[in-house]
Design a protein. Structure first.
Length: 169
C-alpha cells in the first residue's frame, strides 16, 4: 500500500532509507567488525558514492551532480533511518558507549551482502573495500577535517563552468 506522502511525490528509489541502509551494510562489512558512529557513516556514504572526488580514488558510482557536497547536510536522517531498518532485520548491531551509538557488522551482514551479485553490488563492494582501506584508520577528527577541507570543492566545478560561460571575451 502506498502511503499518502508517497502518492503525492511518487516512490523515492534513489537515496531512500532502504538504499542508504544497504550501502551501510557494505561499508560496515568492509570494516570487518570495527564500529562506526552515524557521523562517520554519513561521510563514508558520500565517499563511497563519489570516490572520484578523492585524489587517486576509483571512479564514482554516482554522477558528479552540482553541489553534491551538500549531501552531507541532508542525508544524516535518511541514513539513520536506513541503519534502523537494517538493525530491525538483524543485519547489523548497535552498541552504546560514551561517544554515542555505534554500528557494527555481524556474520549476518556478510551472509546477506554475499547474496547480492549485481554489477552495482560488485562495484559497491570494491568501493567499500577502498573506502575502509583509505579512510578506516583515520581518527574521527582527521576524517572530519578531510571532509571539511574538501567539501566546498566537490560539485563546485559546475559553478566555475557557469562563470566561464558568462564571461565576455
Amino acid at each position: 500500500m502506498i502511503s499518502p506522502s508517497e502518492h503525492q511525490r511518487g516512490p523515492r528509489p534513489f537515496n531512500s532509507p532502504l538504499e542508504c541502509g544497504l550501502r551501510m551494510l557494505f561499508i560496515l562489512n568492509a570494516a570487518k567488525g570495527h564500529p562506526a558512529d552515524l557521523q562517520r557513516l554519513v561521510g563514508y556514504d558520500y565517499l563511497i558514492l563519489h570516490s572520484g572526488d578523492v585524489a587517486d580514488g576509483p571512479e564514482s558510482l554516482h554522477p558528479p551532480v552540482p553541489f553534491r557536497g551538500t549531501e552531507l547536510l541532508v542525508k544524516r536522517n535518511v541514513i539513520g533511518i536506513g541503519l534502523n531498518q537494517m538493525f530491525s532485520r538483524e543485519l547489523l548491531v548497535k552498541s552504546f558507549d560514551i561517544s554515542g551509538i555505534l554500528y557494527r557488522s555481524t556474520d549476518m551482514t556478510s551472509a546477506f551482502i554475499n547474496l547480492l551479485n549485481s554489477e552495482y553490488s560488485k562495484a559497491l563492494r570494491e568501493r567499500a573495500d577502498w573506502l575502509i582501506g583509505r579512510f578506516g584508520r583515520l581518527s574521527d577528527t582527521s576524517l572530519s577535517a578531510f571532509m571539511s577541507d574538501n567539501i566546498g570543492r566537490w560539485g563546485a566545478e559546475f559553478d566555475r563552468l557557469a562563470a566561464i560561460k558568462d564571461l565576455e571575451l
